[in-house]
Design a protein around this ligand. Structure first.
Ligand SMILES: C[S@@+](CC[C@H](N)C(=O)[O-])C[C@H]1O[C@@H](n2cnc3c(N)ncnc32)[C@H](O)[C@@H]1O
Length: 486
């Protein structure tokens, strides 16, 4: 039974109708959440994904909050393999994401040339959604800057973005408070998925609700307020800021927004969050402020929406009230740009390699290469715009290793990113083989269907008329190995 701090219940009581609703809320906090997934539509379109999963008896129910859902609750008849061990998961056709948490990224209306800042990005879910959205809907990949303050969480973020080969991303590690001061009016959209009091973790453990303390909430609300000020200053005039939290209390949500509107005095406005089957915000006094725009923001409750507790809002910057010029001597500037190579010769060398070994013609409007001493990374050409202004911890995805003889060796991600254009050194295998293979088995080689040509081949699964990328495989000890890139 979940233990809930009386202080927490007292704080949300004004948001509930009566004792009966309070009981329904408490009961919902004891129930497990339904498993849900978000589809990586730049890998397989939604229709393709549904066609692939239907014969496998995956039952997908679209989330009920938008008209064009990309996220689904999932049930499966065949549970031989855990969801995270299926070849569709291992090759990133989808990822596991809570339904309410998938909403904020949907609210950003991306357009060509967008550079988006995700201020609090770790561990990764919403950055992936944003990067996928740009890749799936725009002609060019443009760029998502994924920032987080915590070093260990930045590592997880880098690992996850690699796994999903979201190459149109760059990672920074700054206090989010700094962007507004040093890069004012720079980004097209900013997402502030703010650190919060972790109320949402009720379904994993009762820790957050048991130890909920008002004084802790006060500190968190102040951090959220500062992050949002910085995010708004860093956004270009006329573009949008999404503010979301995984909490339901009004201090971290309505109070923060009321204070923001007061602070920016008309240069920032709230816009309606158009999500169906959700609840409006809280219509009442929170601490010293009253929030009268409650109908524009949305809240998810465990006992009503059957999701975790969540809050989402959308702001538009309509004027620039920033009276201070950007600080030029700033701490966000690249510290080691001289160590990164991104010149024309590098682009040509990679293009020659890709053509020679895999028949791939590199599309320079979609891919841009940068190199350290050991590795070549692929990223979006938009990185060149950002590079002079921002010190990045990691850019794009490592696709080639450079060995001691200065020869290129492809990584697993090379196969995943460039597979569609490969005309040689590819292998197609059936589903049973692929399922074994992704669980770290190896495939015997060489064979008639896999003649020796080059140690590396792009391995694909053919489904119907289409081929899908699984990984890049290497010939080692008379077998094709999966795990060699680790
Ligand atoms: C709710 S989580 C973000 C979840 C993430 N958006 C996702 O979808 O996976 C909040 C993150 O904010 C980060 N954070 C906390 N304070 C910060 C600050 N001042 N600047 C930047 N990031 C911060 C935390 O390290 C944490 O990773």
């Amino acid at each position: 039974m979940t233990t809930i701090a009386p202080e927490f219940l007292e704080s949300i009581m004004p948001l509930l109708q009566d004792e009966q609703e309070k009981d329904a809320f408490i009961e919902a906090c004891t129930l497990p959440l339904k498993k849900s997934i978000t589809i990586n539509t730049h890998k397989a379109s939604l229709d393709e994904f549904l066609a692939i999963t239907k014969p496998r008896w995956w039952h997908l129910s679209p989330e009920p909050f938008t008209d064009a859902p990309n996220s689904f609750s999932i049930d499966r008849d065949d549970l031989t393999h855990a969801l995270g061990n299926t070849f569709l998961y291992k090759s990133w056709f989808f990822y596991i994401q809570e339904i309410a948490a998938s909403m904020p990224a949907n609210l950003i209306e991306t357009k060509p040339w967008d550079i988006i800042l995700d201020v609090c990005a770790a561990p990764w879910g919403k950055t992936s959604q944003l990067a996928n959205k740009l890749l799936a809907t725009q002609e060019n990949p443009w760029l998502v800057i994924a920032n987080d303050i915590a070093a260990s969480r930045v590592q997880t973020l880098a690992h996850n973005l690699n796994l999903q080969w979201m190459y149109n991303t760059a990672i920074t590690k700054f206090n989010g408070f700094m962007f507004g001061k040093h890069l004012p009016n720079f980004f097209d959209h900013v997402l502030v998925d703010a650190p919060c009091s972790w109320e949402w973790t009720w379904f994993k453990s009762d820790y957050a609700l048991k130890f909920w303390r008002q004084e802790e909430i006060n500190k968190i609300a102040w951090t959220q307020f500062q992050l949002l000020i910085s995010a708004i200053k860093a956004t270009k005039v006329w573009w949008t800021i999404i503010y979301s939290t995984c909490t339901i209390n009004a201090f971290e949500n309505e109070w923060v927004l009321a204070r923001i509107l007061e602070f920016f005095q008309g240069s920032v406005v709230l816009e309606t969050v158009t999500l169906q089957n959700t609840e409006d915000g809280y219509n009442g006094q929170v601490w010293d402020v009253s929030f009268d725009q409650w109908a524009l923001v949305k809240r998810f409750w465990p006992h009503k929406q059957k999701t975790w507790g969540f809050f989402v809002s959308k702001l538009r910057k309509v004027a620039d009230k920033n009276d201070k010029p950007a600080q030029q001597d700033h701490k966000l500037l690249p510290k080691n740009h001289f160590k990164i190579r991104m010149h024309k010769k590098l682009q040509q060398e990679v293009a020659t390699y890709a053509k020679k070994h895999f028949g791939i013609v590199i599309d320079t409007s979609r891919y841009f290469f940068i190199a350290t001493k050991e590795s070549v990374y692929v990223t979006s050409p938009a990185f060149a715009t950002v590079q002079p202004h921002l010190h990045c911890e990691k850019v794009g995805i490592p696709v080639l290793k450079i060995d001691k003889r200065l020869w290129f060796r492809p990584t697993h991600y090379f196969g995943l990113i460039f597979w569609a254009d490969a005309t040689k050194n590819t292998l197609q295998r059936d589903e049973a083989t692929i399922q074994e293979y992704v669980l770290w088995a190896s495939i015997p080689a060489p064979s008639d269907s896999d003649p020796w040509t080059y140690p590396y081949k792009i391995i694909q699964r053919v489904i119907g008329e289409k081929r899908y990328p699984i990984s890049l495989t290497k010939f080692v000890d008379w077998a094709r190995k999966n795990k060699w890139w680790k």
